[in-house]
Write a protein that binds this ligand. Sequence first.
Ligand code: TXA
Ligand code: MG
Length: 313
Amino acid sequence: MPIFDATDENIAKAARLIQAGEIVAFPTETVYGLGADAYNPAAVAKIFEAKNRPTFNPLISHIADVDFLKDYAETDTRVKALAKKFWPGPLTMVLKRKQFVESLDLACAGLPTVSVRMPNHPVALELIRKSATPIVAPSANRSQSISPTTAEHVDHSLGDRVPMILNGGSCGVGVESTIIDLTSKDIVLLRAGGIPMEEIAEFLGEPVLISGGNPNLPTSPGQMLKHYAPKYETRINVTEPTDDEFMIGFGDIDGHLNLSKSGDLREATANLFAFMHKAEEQTKYTKIAIAPIPMSGLGRAINDRIKRASYKD
Ligand code: TXA
Ligand code: MG
């Protein structure tokens, strides 16, 4: 089992692997990431291979200092203000690439943009600093399965494909970062995530547009795919489960598990993927049902993920 406690020594070992062109799984505050040196295409290729991820789907680079930005992204006062307010934290900004450093092409899937975030996790930050390079990292799961929020989840999905998984315990936020596109005048939400879009809109004093379904707004390659597909058929907005459904409740609508009995969306977000994993691991029920979740604040990210989970071809 490639799980290692995130001690200083093991973080240093992981950094040496990153510098040597290897991939390493590590904790962030959102979900576990599968990392490689952003500037090393051979290493980045290993991520796509391990995950079975289509190479047209770009990766987020993780930085430990805003100074990293000046090497590859165009910034303006709005970007700097957002970075100051929300970093480190679960906000990913899609920015124009500054110069066409060819070695970044695979990480950016050949796009003229780059996506960046500074994770709010001491292990992730230390790993990036010790590696002395931005680390590109998608969620550390095989494509189309549920994102990992523990080292054990990573091990189940990719244990035979990564030399090292740094164990930093459960991820506090539990859902991936919010992604916004800042390459035009308007701010466009590409993926709902750990920071509610209302908070971003309020901070900037301007609306955040939603890309889903609007052909005139930018989109994210990864969001077009069927995603987060659990092995059991999944139904959402359920108040009355059938006998063959494993029920994930919320608030007063109870189930075999309850995302948050008190109806706290933060608690529900942190539990979501771990509960989805549990629902998949159990064998007594052949289907999954999920209670209604309010569509505001973090509820937007939860609804986005469970809607994808319930998607039928
Ligand atoms: O919280 C997170 O963001 C986690 C942790 C590990 O940081 N990472 C993560 O990465 O969720 P991934 O690869 O599973 O999802 C990244 C999403 C994909 O849907 C991808 O298409 C989109 O970000 N993306 C990356 N770069 C982009 C770009 N330049 N333009 C538009 N979308 C982009
Ligand atoms: Mg993912």
